[in-house]
Write a protein that binds this ligand. Structure first.
Ligand code: AMP
Length: 168
């Protein structure tokens, strides 16, 4: 799958090497393999809900939830969700961000898997886990297509199983 992930230097700001997954998404066999391998790697966590992080997290979280017979819940950027929300602000590899989730998206005690396309510093995943836990959800793991290991994102979410298919 690494063949289909493209490095774009200095995007979105100078000094960041952006891992562009759009070539993988447009290649039918690579996309299928990514979704199926992610589902296979998280199946034993028995999630009832897969939380996808806007926006590239949605691309993987929704088909994985479908394959596992779980529900899908979106975590979105501030102001996009129509009903009552819980909100968290966190630092990114580049800049800050605020995300939110509907207050009734997760029932207390539900087994929740958090999913995004890429784990960098772990700020986004840590913020999302905080939202899930605020609602009483039980986080059973965090899964990513790509992990940038040098940024030590795993350390930002101690105590949680981290699953990634591709490491740089
Ligand atoms: P972080 O909170 O630092 O773990 O950043 C993860 C989020 O930012 C994910 O939603 C990624 O899509 C995006 N991201 C951060 N760094 C990169 C990168 N070098 N290439 C592509 N996406 C990135």
């Amino acid at each position: 799958m690494k063949e289909y992930i493209r490095d774009v230097p200095d995007f979105p700001i100078p000094g960041i090497v952006f891992k562009d997954i759009t070539p993988l998404l447009q290649h039918p066999a690579a996309f299928k393999q990514a979704v199926e391998q992610l589902a296979d790697r998280v199946r034993d966590r028995r999630p009832q809900i897969v939380v996808g992080i806007e926006s590239r997290g949605f691309i993987f979280a929704a088909p994985v939830a479908y394959l596992l017979g779980a529900g899908f819940v979106p975590v979105r950027k501030l102001g996009k969700l129509p009903a009552e929300t819980v909100t968290v602000e966190y630092a990114l590899e580049y800049g800050v961000n605020t995300v939110e989730m509907h207050v009734d998206a997760i029932a207390p005690g539900q087994r929740v898997l958090v999913m995004d396309d890429l784990l960098a510093t772990g700020g986004t995943a840590a913020g999302t886990i905080e939202l899930v836990e605020q609602l009483g959800g039980q986080v059973v793991g965090a899964a990513f297509l790509v992990e940038l290991t040098a940024l030590k994102g795993r350390k930002r979410i101690p105590g949680h199983e981290v699953i990634s298919l591709i490491q740089y």
